[in-house]
Design a protein around this ligand. Structure first.
Ligand code: DOR
Ligand code: ZN
Length: 353
């Protein structure tokens, strides 16, 4: 007897952490995200970075044009813009960003932490006091890349040390500041976010829910599993999975999908970033299914984020079907290709509407 088709219908989700890039790369990837998500928080780490409201609005126009060119119907997808925090971000700029109605967060990249972060912050509490005070006042969330850059700290410990050195003093100084701990990767991070007082939340990627650091080295070095913060031990993956599926409103979906061309990943100094925009909801559904928690997917993907950001929940729905889905090996990316995460592997779910 044939098994009945199993469909999972949820309110259309949003991606609270996404890299779309610019130009031809933007044109290649934006349709993937628009296929699954109604909105996404767009990371500002372009070259040069998006440091002003004017730059964010111009970038938004380029995204809207790329959506149009990709044949995405108007109104189907809304980019939620962000600014890149620097030592020189002024309080006035924060107010302008807030008043634009288009900028929904300001991103902290500690200088040197990751791709295109050279212009990042050198000393958050010392140099960004005016911007942080203004953000707290107007309710503008600070989106945090939570890793220290101190070369003396082991790569795998950089999130835990960031909590001690940056998060705790930051929360003491600005207790009402909204903070999103982006792409959380450790048990330490989960515990911190769960017990923190005030408006603190975290995004979690699909890859950190599905893989531990063994994936980086299975059968040889596998650059397509390399991202920052890097994949961690299994105990951390399990803590993240429990947090994402546990019903707390503080955790929500953020893919951190970050396209790099195949050549820049398969390289002596390969770029950090996993491409998951094509198959994001398939990956998340597989992770939730692995622990029998599909009933929690909607809250994580579609409800908790809007609640934290103070935005309405989406009106339409997304449907996943339980079926075998093989992830493509490569996709076009400008004049090159991108290898999606877990290319060639099978997942048990497919987005069908
Ligand atoms: O792996 C990553 N890739 N982590 C980041 O923080 C940045 C991103 C990118 O922009 O490629
Ligand atoms: Zn990112």
């Amino acid at each position: 007897m044939q098994a009945a088709t199993e469909n999972l219908s949820i309110i259309r989700p949003d991606d609270w952490h996404l890299h779309l890039r610019d130009g031809e790369v933007l044109a290649s990837v934006v349709g993937h995200t628009a296929q699954q998500f109604a909105r996404a928080i767009i990371m500002p780490n372009l070259r040069p970075p998006v440091v002003t409201t004017a730059l964010a609005l111009a970038y938004r126009e380029r995204i809207m044009a790329a959506l149009d060119k990709a044949g995405v119907e108007p109104g189907r997808f809304t980019p939620l813009m962000t600014l890149y925090l620097t030592d020189n971000t002024s309080a006035d700029e924060v107010v302008r960003a807030s008043e634009s109605g288009m900028v929904h967060g300001i991103k902290l990249y500690p200088a040197g932490a990751t791709t295109n972060s050279d212009a990042g912050v050198t000393d958050l509490l010392g140099r960004c006091a005016k911007a942080l005070a203004a953000m707290q006042r107007v309710g503008m969330p600070l989106l945090v890349h939570g890793e220290v850059t101190d070369p003396a700290i082991d790569l795998f410990d950089r999130e835990a040390v960031f909590i001690e050195r940056v998060m705790l003093p930051l929360r003491n100084a600005y207790p009402e500041l909204k903070v999103v701990f982006e792409h959380l990767t450790t048990q330490d991070g989960v515990q911190y976010v769960q017990q923190a007082e005030g408006p603190v939340a975290a995004t979690i990627t699909a890859h950190h829910l599905l893989y531990n650091r063994n994936a980086l080295f299975q059968g040889g070095v596998r650059p397509h599993w390399y991202c920052l913060p890097v994949l961690k031990r299994e105990k951390h993956r399990l803590a993240l999975l429990e947090a994402a599926t546990g019903g707390s409103g503080r955790f929500f979906l953020g893919t951190d999908s970050a396209p790099h061309s195949k050549g820049l990943k398969e390289n002596a100094c390969g770029c950090a970033g996993c491409y998951t925009a094509l198959h994001a909801m398939e990956l998340y559904a597989s992770a939730f299914d692995s622990v029998g928690k599909l009933d929690q997917l909607e809250a994580f993907a579609s409800l908790n984020g809007p609640a934290f950001y103070g935005l309405p929940v989406n009106q339409d729905r997304l449907v996943l079907q339980r079926t075998d889905y093989v992830i493509p090996q490569e996709l076009p990316l400008a004049d090159s290709t991108v290898v999606p995460l877990a290319a060639g592997e099978s997942l048990g779910w497919k987005v069908i509407a």
